[in-house]
Ligand binder design. Sequence first.
Ligand code: 13P
Ligand code: 13P
Ligand code: MG
Ligand code: MG
Length: 378
Amino acid sequence: MSQKVTVSVIKADIGSVVGHSRPHPSMMEKCREVLAEGRACGLLQDFYVTRVGDDINLLMSHYKGENCSDIHKLAWDAFSEATKLAKKMKLYAAGQDILCDAFSGNIKGAGPGTAEIEFEERGSEPMLFFMADKTEPSAYSLPLSRVFLDPFTTTGLVIDPRAKKGFDVEIHDVVDSKKVVMSSPDETYDILSLLGDTTRYAIKRIESRVGLGTACVVSTDKLNITAGKYVGKDDPVCICRAQSGLPAVGEYLQPYMNTMLVAGWMRGSHYGAFYPCAVEDSDPTYFDGPPRICCIGFQLNEGRFQGLEPMDSAPGDHTPIDFFAGQVWDEVRTESVKACKMIRGHGPFMPAILSPDEMEYTTRPAVLQQLTPRFQDL
Ligand code: 13P
Ligand code: 13P
Ligand code: MG
Ligand code: MG
């Protein structure tokens, strides 16, 4: 099929059972119902509803292109309907990411996060969906840098003639609301010079330099709408296309063997170590964390998701590969808990908490105001 396919992931936290833990199963079911209607009326080609921690992730495939108002509205309707259930059950933070009363054409800026990728479906199209909870979009910058810029992570950069040509990296400056496209390998050190500042810069998108299209895209929405003031702990998703000139599935996964500190844990105000795990194991269990990272995979087949389910199963009814489920990740999970225990030992002191202008919660301005008359010159 020469028509370009689009895979959209739209995600939101619209309430969860017991604090910020897990959406109620009826909310997930409601989302499935609404997306099934979208499929029945021909809007969607296929869909899959999943979650990480308290965030519901709607995976949708279609031929309507990125930023399609009808697709965004469908996701909005799913979240709005599920929010009604969350409110009825008095779940925590019910409707949290529904920031507007009514849908106004595009879901960006309305609360939910989006990552969308439009491309020509190849002869075989392996796709990965990374989903994180209790962290921010720039959490993907380190692992994606390893995947696309580091030949000691991605041997394909050395031995695959197409991957070797490098990639174009679109970086967002979330403070000044600007973007820049830089090329690897030529500008690798300059790219890292920006991305190292995770408070200001984040990878949005990475493109093949040999015409294979977009390799990966990250949801960065909250950062955009709050441009000028950094407050977004977005619990971001990252969609990746793999193999044949792009990083292999295993190369995308490789960086998560490292223990990485990310911002956004507990009250969006702490650093914690990424904890790679199965979707089923993604309920926050320790200090509202540790920040979970999940990764599921599908093959795309004529715009439909193909997992382990029978080929003729109903749209939406899928069994993806759950990459962080296995024992091989036990060691990094143990390391993550160790790192979290270490940093938690600092309590409310930096570097356990974020820098002052990044804190989602702070009492400091009020405290300082109260103390103004008592402050004396040294
Ligand atoms: P409350 O301020 O509602 O207790 O929430 C804290 C928290 O869990 C951060 O989202
Ligand atoms: P979420 O962003 O996952 O809702 O978590 C809020 C929080 O700060 C929990 O401590
Ligand atoms: Mg929450
Ligand atoms: Mg969350």
